[in-house]
Design a protein. Structure first.
Length: 156
């Protein structure tokens, strides 16, 4: 007897089903940026006594913090992505509103897992939402040797 398993996507992940839509490409680019950032930084962004933060006193950024423009008031916010969006509704972070559940998953990777476990968790999120297979690709502005999941130009 053969058994098969079916992966059920969370309701929010279905918004990335059409990989060619502008929304899916934007989400994929955000995912790619976060993954490249985590790989380069290699450590959690934490302040003593506070835990994980968007921006540390010495300039480290968490998974979601790397998407916040320098000098933006959200850098100093304390709370998760959903709380940030609710607390700062007029703040210009449209990416956060459109991809809040994906960003919350990425924030959880940074906050809950040890850095050596980040790659496996990021691959699992990519599979769950249906982003392209993980291979070395170039994504504008990122290290061409980094692992990314949102191809723009293939590097052979």
């Amino acid at each position: 007897m053969t058994t098969t398993t079916t992966t059920i996507k969370p309701h929010w992940a279905t918004q990335y089903s059409d990989r060619h839509s502008p929304h899916a490409r934007e989400g994929c680019a955000a995912f790619d940026t976060v993954w490249a950032h985590l790989r380069r930084q290699g450590v959690r962004a934490t302040n003593a006594g506070v835990g994980c933060v968007y921006l540390t006193e010495d300039g480290l950024r968490c998974a979601v913090g790397c998407l916040i423009p320098p000098g933006h008031p959200a850098e100093r916010f304390s709370g998760n992505v959903h709380e940030l969006i609710e607390a700062m509704p007029g703040v210009d972070l449209p990416l956060f509103g459109r991809h809040r559940d994906l960003l919350a998953q990425l924030q959880d990777v940074h906050d809950a897992l040890e850095p050596q476990d980040w790659n496996g968790a990021m691959r699992a999120i990519a599979r769950m939402v249906g982003f392209p297979a993980v291979e070395p690709f170039r994504w504008s502005g990122l290290d061409p040797t980094s692992e990314t999941v949102c191809p723009v130009e293939r590097v052979d």
